[in-house]
Design a protein around this ligand. Structure first.
Ligand code: AMP
Length: 213
């Protein structure tokens, strides 16, 4: 520092300040909730509105199954039975996806994390990238069943729906508590019309972003 003139120190400070001021906080959003809560639809709307990618682990896996890739053959039966794919595989899939440059300004995660180890891995991945904001959508169980039964997906028959809901309460609901303990979650009523839910998500996120700056 000894050779730096006062003005060059000022210039450096100014550069730092300017860089900080124009660097927006990335919109790293996790949409959390039971199957049928409307996460996919809301993630689509949010991603489109903010021009950031939607990362749906369910979509990624369905694509792998459809293409008959190595991962697809590993996960197919688990998915069809309503079980959870192993944490190691899921974490490496998401880590690789978050490495893509299109996620730099933010992303919406739909369907991940679904277990505590996945949530802990996500925290570690994003520690240097602004962390994550979690919005949880609640929805009545009869509404979930009504929505899932109307979707017509391979894993949406009555038996598999039941299994997916059981897996949700056993493995995934504890993730909400994990985030709650960190004060990092906003819970919103997902039973309302989708436009109303979308508006509450925007409002909740803006509130979070403002409280950070
Ligand atoms: P989704 O479209 O999010 O409902 O996911 C469909 C299925 O993909 C789930 O029922 C699981 O079998 C599997 N899956 C998706 N995301 C995950 C995840 N984060 N962890 C484990 N399994 C997952």
């Amino acid at each position: 520092m000894e050779n730096l003139s006062v003005s060059s120190v000022r210039r450096t400070q100014l550069r730092v300040v300017t860089r900080t001021a124009i660097q927006p906080v990335p919109l790293n959003l996790v949409l959390f909730g039971p199957p049928g809560a409307g996460k996919g639809t809301q993630a689509d709307l949010f991603a489109e509105h903010h021009r950031i990618p939607k990362i749906s682990t369910g979509d990624m896996l369905r694509k792998a199954v459809h293409e008959g890739s190595r991962i697809g053959t590993i996960v197919r039966d688990t998915m069809n039975n309503g079980g959870l794919v192993g944490d190691d595989l899921m974490i490496s899939l998401v880590a690789e996806r978050l490495d893509q440059p299109d996620t730099a300004k933010g992303f919406v995660l739909d369907g991940f994390p679904r277990t505590i180890p996945q949530a802990a891995a996500l925290d570690a991945l994003l520690a240097e990238r602004g962390g994550v904001t979690v919005i949880a959508l609640t929805v009545h169980v009869d509404e979930v069943i009504r929505r899932l039964a109307g979707r017509g997906r391979a894993d949406d028959d009555a038996y598999v729906i039941k299994e997916r809901l059981a897996v949700y309460s056993r493995d995934t609901e504890p993730v909400l508590e994990y985030y709650r303990r960190r004060g990092a979650v906003t819970v919103l009523d997902g039973n309302r019309p989708l436009e109303d839910v979308a508006e509450s998500i925007e409002r909740a996120l803006m509130k979070k972003q403002n409280s950070r700056t």
